[in-house]
Every structure is written in C-alpha cells, then in structure tokens.
Design a protein around this ligand. Structure first.
Ligand code: GTP
Ligand code: MG
Length: 202
C-alpha cells in the first residue's frame, strides 16, 4: 500500500437528514449507499481501521441519517441510510429514499458514490432501478460487492458474472467495481488506492 493512502485520522463530524446542513463542501467526498444491512457502516469502519466509528447492527435500518466523517483532514467519507428495508412503514421508506436522492442531487463535492451490493444475492430489482437512475443522472459511481467471505470462490465468481451480465443490459461500459469483506479486509487497499488516485488529481 502506498504510504500516502494510510488513514491517519478519521473523525466524526455531523449527522443529519438535511443536505443543506452537511459540512461545507470544501473537500472531495465519497459516499456509501445501498440496501439496508448490505454493510455500508462496516465498510467505513474497515477502511478507517476503527471498529466503532460508524454504527453497525445485525438488524437492518441502523443508519437513519447522513453521517460525515473527515479523513486525514482533507476528504470526507459519508455513511448513508440503507434503502429497501421491508419492515419499516411506507412513509419511512419514502423519507429515506428522499434523503438519499436529495443528498446525491445536491451535494456538489460528491466525487464518487460507492454503491454496495450484497455479493450473495442475485441482482435485486431496487438495486437495478437505482443504478439506472444514477446512470441517467450521470452520478459517478463505483460498485462494491460486500460480504464476499460468506461465499466460495466459485459462487462469488458466478454471482459477479451474473451481475455484470445484468448490468450490460443497460450500460455500455461496466463501472469500476470492488470485491470486499469487512471481516477479512479484502478490498481495503484497492478502495483506498482508488480514492487516493482521484484525490491526487483534484
Ligand atoms: P443499515 O445502516 O441498516 O443500512 O446497514 P449497513 O449497510 O450499514 O450494514 P452494517 O454495516 O450495519 O452491517 C449489517 C450486518 O452485516 C452486521 O451484522 C455486520 O456485521 C454484517 N456485515 C457487514 N459486512 C460484512 C462482511 O463483509 N462480512 C460479514 N460476514 N458480515 C458483514
Ligand atoms: Mg449503516
């Protein structure tokens, strides 16, 4: 790993539901989005070597706010609420959808949105619809396939190939993607390198 991509400091800044109340947009920002329970908060903790920076739960629907973390005093990581959790009210689901959408549309320093996908599942309709919306809105994205420790290599390869084929039905070119595990730290250096390369050229 390049020395410069080491995370020296990771500091929680603020949580809120209103994009206007996010910290001033002076640094490049990388946000993590995806279905509830996919592992967004765990990934943030894994990347920052901190077990308790972002709040994690085995129950879906843990993160309900937009959470900003300042890394090395010059870029942000953002933990977003998860979508698609069936066991909350329709009103709450609509609200979460609105928070995510407004954040993506209004946050001018959003540099890359990491969309997390559970590597164990076949392509889910709400993920595919969301990817389509992101494409239409020209949001820069990268895909992160999570929980790869829970699959055999064969199953993982087969699921990723399947997902890519599904994506190629709507995209000409596949976005950048990463295979990760918050448990084994797989994908950590790759994601940090990717962010580091973008930050370097800003
Ligand atoms: P919400 O905040 O509810 O949207 O969920 P989230 O996407 O932030 O998921 P969270 O990080 O809270 O993780 C959900 C559950 O999955 C927890 O029990 C984690 O321990 C588990 N988990 C997350 N990532 C991994 C992983 O890579 N491997 C394994 N085995 N478990 C994981
Ligand atoms: Mg969370």
């Amino acid at each position: 790993m390049k020395k410069d991509i080491l995370i020296k400091t990771a500091r929680f800044i603020i949580s809120n539901v209103d994009v206007k109340k996010c910290p001033s947009a002076v640094y490049p920002e990388y946000a993590f989005v995806g279905r509830s329970n996919v592992g967004k908060s765990s990934l943030i903790n894994m990347l920052t070597n901190n077990k308790s920076l972002a709040k994690i739960s085995s129950k879906p629907g843990k993160t309900k706010l937009i959470n900003h973390f300042l890394i090395n005093n010059n870029w942000y990581l953002v933990d977003l609420p998860g979508y698609g959790y069936a066991k909350i009210s329709k009103k709450e689901r609509t609200l979460i959808g609105k928070i995510i959408k407004q954040y993506i549309e209004k946050r001018e320093n959003l540099t890359c949105l990491f969309l997390l996908i559970d590597s164990r599942l076949k392509p889910q309709q709400n993920d595919m619809e969301f990817i389509e919306w992101l494409g239409i809105n020209k949001v820069p994205i990268a895909l992160v396939f999570t929980k790869t420790d829970k699959l055999s290599k064969y199953q993982l390869d087969s699921n990723i190939t399947n997902f890519k084929n599904e994506l190629l039905k709507q995209w000409e070119k596949l976005p950048q993607y990463f295979l990760t595990s918050a448990k084994t730290k797989k994908g950590k250096d790759e994601i940090l390198n990717y962010i580091w390369e973008i930050n370097k050229n800003m």
